[in-house]
Design a protein around this ligand. Structure first.
Ligand code: PMP
Ligand code: GLN
Length: 383
């Protein structure tokens, strides 16, 4: 294996899910829902297969899907040309990799916010670039907030791009307008490209509001906005994602994408187009139900002895294991399936500074209520 990929031989999600399966544990590690998406979307995919949508779709994506994606961004007053400013990808994962491969030269630096989703570090390594991390900091109420001074300090002469994920996996932080304005200011000042990962754009709770970074002044021309269908429509296995942005930046990402997979997900593309156009009421119900699930799991974790950090979005809650007498979340996560029958993910694996994060573990709440209840009951054995 080439040295630059040696740190990435496995993923925590694959390992924890394998351990959960082996031990029969309730899997609150890997974030995927255990119920299906809207039935109209599922039947559209089945119909597409029956109707012969089984060959390569067009390179940039099915026109109806690109149009639906552009229309979906109009709710933010954003106007993308479906033909030149929208690219369909194999999930957000390929979108992120394509943006980096198309726009970042080897030796360039890319800023990532720590803790970061695992594919960011690997994709930066694939591009031969270097990552610079800026850590989120817990505020007195437990919310993880952007460290603006840290961000400014991370910029150097080789910094080319910043990857911004909001709503944020794994912390559940939804960046405020002030935090995004801080990022925008730095991007404009240093002429950076912003790559935003908005896969949880619909999964925001209470009064939190998802604000795309591209809507801030000076950002539309330098931002590639990424999202995907998996989290919005409970279809994480379909891997239909997309990039929206200025035509030249999208073309640059497409240059890389066309040689990674060329195209993907033929019969799922019309189904996601249908869902974007017709299933937003379903998504609103999903959001409400996930908010209840977040509360259910947060209450249960607190009752079991964890200190729970607030989560304003995503599928995830972070919990501090120290009140239970543990110091190392990774060790706990490796023991937990065997000992009590629950799987979770240690947040330190998403960081370059594991000791700063070793007391935090991530639990996914995108599961049926009875599954969450069973996990909570089992976690009580820890106390
Ligand atoms: N970004 C984040 C923050 C995620 O949590 C995930 C995983 N679910 C992805 C990207 C990958 O999305 P996709 O499955 O569409 O490739
Ligand atoms: N995004 C999901 C998570 O954070 C899992 C994706 C994966 O397994 N790669 O849990």
């Amino acid at each position: 294996l080439v040295p630059r990929l040696r740190p990435y031989t496995s993923t925590i999600f694959a390992e924890m899910t394998a351990l959960a399966t082996r031990t029969g544990a309730v899997n609150l590690g890997q974030g995927f829902p255990d119920t299906d998406g809207p039935s109209g979307m599922l039947s559209t995919a089945q119909q597409a297969i029956a109707d012969g949508f089984n060959q390569y779709p067009p390179g940039p994506g099915l026109p109806a899907l690109r149009k639906a994606i552009a229309e979906h961004r109009r709710r933010f007053d954003m106007d993308f040309d479906p033909d030149r400013e929208v690219l369909v990808t194999v999930g957000a994962t390929e979108a992120i990799a394509s943006c980096l491969l198309g726009l970042v030269e080897s030796g360039d630096e890319v800023i990532v916010i720590e803790p970061y989703y695992d594919s960011y570090a690997a994709a930066i390594a694939l591009a031969g670039a270097n990552r610079k991390v800026v850590a989120l900091r817990a505020e007195p109420d437990g919310r993880f907030a952007l460290d603006m001074a840290g961000l400014r300090a991370a910029i150097g002469p080789r910094t080319r791009a910043i990857l911004v994920n909001s709503p944020h996996n794994p912390t559940g932080t939804v960046f405020s307008r002030a935090e995004l304005a801080g990022i925008a200011e730095v991007c404009v000042q240093h002429d950076l490209i912003a790559i935003t990962d908005e896969v949880y754009e619909h999964l925001v709770f209470d009064r939190a509001e998802h604000i795309p970074l591209a809507t801030l002044p000076g950002m539309a021309e330098r931002t590639l906005t990424i999202s995907s269908a998996g989290k919005s429509f409970n279809c994480t296995g379909w891997k239909i994602g997309w990039i929206c942005g200025p035509a030249q930046l999208v073309a640059d990402a497409k240059t890389a994408k066309q040689f990674l997979t060329f195209v993907g997900g033929g019969p799922f593309q019309p189904a996601v187009a249908y869902a974007l156009g017709n299933e937003m009421d379903w998504v609103a119900r999903l959001r409400a139900s996930l908010q209840d699930k977040r509360d259910r799991l947060a209450d249960g974790l607190r009752a079991a002895g964890f200190r729970v950090h607030p989560s304003a979005g995503t599928y995830f809650i972070c919990a501090d294991v120290r009140p239970l007498g543990y110091t190392d979340g990774a060790q706990l996560c490796w023991e937990l399936p065997e000992r009590v029958g629950v799987a979770a993910v240690p947040v330190q694996v998403f960081t370059d500074n594991p000791t700063d994060w070793q007391h935090i573990v991530r639990f996914a709440f995108c599961k049926r209520d009875e599954v969450l209840d069973q996990a909570i009951e089992r976690l009580h054995q820890l106390g």
